[in-house]
Design a protein. Structure first.
Length: 264
């Protein structure tokens, strides 16, 4: 009888641990001591399958994405509206932490007021601020646009340079802006354009484990054929807006659903 009771968890004083010992074992707070239960390693769980993904498997994943996205978006193009390389440069600078839709609403009035590089260079910063204030971060953007216009007039005769090394010397122009301007305005694939959409999708789909735009760009540059850098960037941005949105992605209708790793 005693053996049966012990298997069923009978309340016998001889077999049951003390209340103090129970609390320590379950990680509860005891008098004078706080015994912490082990925390779940959420990030490790999320990335456990990805960390085992080989370079060749990732290249295959990118190749499948290129094939699927070419069918979904056969003729991709930059969503920003522009007519000259300088207008594109201005638009990309304004698009930082701002939607392309909002930037496109601001651009017509901005270029009527300041029609060229010289007009931007000669304009008071306060007037540029006023013209772009709905874009967010408008003070720093106005200061950079003013300095960039002055640098273009002084160093490049008002012409936007067509090399990566020259572009990134301009105030407010980082890797993303330089790669975008070169790819869209000049057709030069200097590097993969990694904006907020591309950064998010690269991590979610399984292209990269990295968390910074620069490192994700390095991964995408290695994984993707150079002649696909420009168009694949546009296509991923389209995908991020239409299907793979930040919250509640539409996985059931996404063209990459059959092979996306859907990491988080």
């Amino acid at each position: 009888m005693k053996k049966i009771e012990s298997k069923l968890g009978s309340k016998t004083t001889s077999s049951r641990p003390s209340p103090h010992k129970q609390k320590e074992e379950t990680g509860q707070r005891t008098s004078g001591n706080a015994v912490k239960a082990p925390k779940k390693k959420v990030a490790a769980v999320r990335n456990s399958s990805v960390s085992k993904t080989t370079l060749s498997a990732r290249k295959r994943l990118v190749a499948l994405a290129i094939e699927a996205l070419k069918k979904e978006y056969p003729a991709p193009k930059c969503a920003l509206e522009y007519e000259t390389p300088f207008e594109l440069l201005v638009a990309v600078v304004l698009s930082a932490q701002c939607t392309d839709k909002r930037v496109n609403m601001v651009l017509p009035g901005l270029f009527r007021r300041f029609p060229d590089v010289k007009a931007f260079a000669e304009a008071p910063v306060e007037e540029i601020e006023q013209a772009i204030q709905t874009c967010g971060l408008y003070r720093s953007k106005a200061a950079n646009l003013s300095k960039t216009a002055k640098a273009l007039v002084e160093k490049y005769e008002g012409i936007v340079p067509s090399t990566f090394e020259e572009l990134i010397t301009l105030p407010g122009v980082g890797r993303k802006t330089a790669n975008c301007v070169l790819g869209v305005a000049f057709g030069v694939a200097s590097g993969f354009v990694v904006d907020a959409h591309v950064l998010r999708l690269s991590q979610r789909i399984g292209f990269s484990d990295e968390t910074t735009p620069e490192k994700v760009e390095d991964d995408l540059n290695r994984l993707t054929p150079r002649d696909e850098w420009i168009n694949l960037s546009h296509r991923l941005i389209y995908l991020g807006r239409q299907y793979c949105v930040a919250r509640s992605p539409k996985c059931e209708t996404c063209p990459l659903a059959s092979f996306c790793l859907k990491r988080f």
